[in-house]
Design a protein around this ligand. Structure first.
Ligand SMILES: [Zn+2]
Ligand SMILES: [Zn+2]
Length: 162
């Protein structure tokens, strides 16, 4: 299986290693990708444990699992990611901007977020994010280009995740 994060690598060569704890996310972007893939494969414990300590207080594993379960994750697009080494020297924090496409109750949604990551206990953790866009998308007709910005047709792209 290809990794849900869109890297075009096999899942077990990409985010799965990080989710299972066999390797560490060594950049905020890798952590972001692995958290997305954990949502896509419904691994709520990993998502919970990659929140910063302070952010866990408002989360439960059950709520995360329920949300992941009700949602089909279609596509992740990374818009930008901080140069983490530079940021590390400055203040141990970094940002990643991304769009996620998902379907929920037969509707397709696009969410764009700027996420904040911090270094905590020597690991990157997700602190919080500002959602700048959250909207529904009409399902493309069979021959239209996919909504995610790829040049493929919907049925050869994100429709596969349905
Ligand atoms: Zn991946
Ligand atoms: Zn697509």
């Amino acid at each position: 299986m290809l990794c849900p994060c869109g890297s075009e690598q096999a899942f077990n060569q990409c985010c799965e290693k990080i989710i299972t704890g066999n390797s560490n996310a060594n950049s905020p972007e890798q952590l972001m990708r692995s958290r997305y893939s954990a949502y896509a494969t419904n691994q709520a414990e990993y998502i919970f444990h990659t929140y910063a300590d302070i952010s866990r207080k408002t989360q439960t594993i059950d709520d995360i699992a329920q949300w992941a379960n009700e949602t089909k994750w279609l596509k992740l697009v990374i818009h930008h990611a901080s140069n983490f080494q530079h940021d590390l020297l400055e203040n141990n924090s970094a940002q990643v901007g991304f769009s996620a496409y998902y379907s929920h109750q037969d509707q397709i949604f696009h969410m764009r977020e700027n996420s904040n990551f911090i270094m905590e206990h020597n690991q990157w953790r997700y602190l919080d994010g500002d959602v700048s866009e959250s909207s529904t998308i009409d399902k493309p007709t069979r021959n239209q280009h996919c909504f995610c910005g790829s040049t493929r047709k919907f049925k050869q792209c994100c429709a596969k995740a349905f």
